[in-house]
Write a protein that binds this ligand. Structure first.
Ligand code: KIV
Length: 280
């Protein structure tokens, strides 16, 4: 695996060359280490951590401080991947100046290389301002989980021609505003493919079919570590929840029947020291 750090320019080259971009989420040091060593191009410290790591019902409650805390841990584990910090709900929607300051914190305080934020045309001014501060921005269109209450649930977006046209326009506007890439979430495959063809920046799909320039999944979904629900677009490559349960139950059983710790896990002292100890 080539160890040169991935840049936003590499991603654009990958689109030109037709080589798919791989992206996954990670939220801490060990997951970043594994994902990075496996050769994944982009690590997203997603606000999905609110659900899969912190146990919230939606992504809305996670704070800037919590995001930065997890980003720092990921930074310590990753060497090669491009690192993208996900801007949490209300860290960029209310005020452009605050959005720039918060985006800057991901780079300055947590070692991220770029930020991601959700939304279409309404975010263009904010994206331009963040870029003017020298911070690369990844867009996110389609099912945008921070707008879950407005969307009325986790539903596929862009299903009728008018909605699909609006998504295509939004993608164009995000490209013109300067995004280096756009995540397309839960969009019919033909719509995502059209958007992808119409842009010079790469699209990264999640539930958007094979026609995108790259794919992303939530790490805990891919590994089978998130039990609450599994979206249709997820492929589980492992069932770590089951495997972890098996290991922990085995440990519990061995502690109860005193077969753990065994001699190989136990420190000894010399016979002389033991005898001296007896005399004390
Ligand atoms: O927060 C996240 O994990 C994301 C991905 C689903 C793209 O935004």
């Amino acid at each position: 695996m080539e160890s040169k750090k991935v840049t936003i320019l590499d991603l654009r080259a990958r689109k030109r060359e037709g080589i798919p971009i791989t992206m996954l989420t990670a939220y801490d040091y060990p997951s970043a280490l594994v994902v990075d060593r496996a050769g994944i191009d982009v690590i997203l410290v997603g606000d999905s951590l609110a659900m899969v790591v912190l146990g919230h019902e939606t992504t809305l409650p996670v704070s800037m401080e919590e995001m930065l805390h997890h980003c720092r841990a990921v930074r310590r584990g990753a060497r090669r991947a491009l690192l993208v910090g996900d801007m949490p709900f209300l860290s960029y929607q209310a005020d452009v100046g605050q959005a720039v300051t918060n985006a800057g914190r991901f780079l300055k305080e947590a070692g991220m290389d770029a930020v991601k934020l959700e939304g279409g045309r309404e975010m263009a001014e904010t994206i331009r301002a963040i870029l003017d501060a020298g911070i690369p921005v990844m867009g996110h269109l389609g099912l945008t989980p921070q707008s879950i209450h407005k969307l009325g649930g986790y539903k596929v977006q862009g299903k009728d021609a008018a909605a699909a046209k609006r998504l295509m326009e939004d993608a164009r506007i995000l490209e013109e505003a300067g995004c280096f890439s756009i995540v397309l979430e839960a969009i019919p495959a033909p719509v995502a493919e059209r958007i992808t063809r119409s842009l010079s920046i790469p699209t990264i799909g999640i539930g958007a079919g094979p026609g995108c320039d790259g794919q992303v999944l939530v790490l805990h979904d891919l590994l089978g570590m998130f039990e609450r629900f599994t979206p249709r677009f997820v492929k589980k490559y492992a069932n770590l929840f089951q495997e972890m349960t098996r290991a922990i139950e085995a440990y519990r059983g061995e502690v109860l029947n005193r077969s753990f710790p065994g001699p190989e896990h136990t420190f000894k002292i010399s016979e002389e020291e033991l005898a001296a100890l007896e005399e004390l």
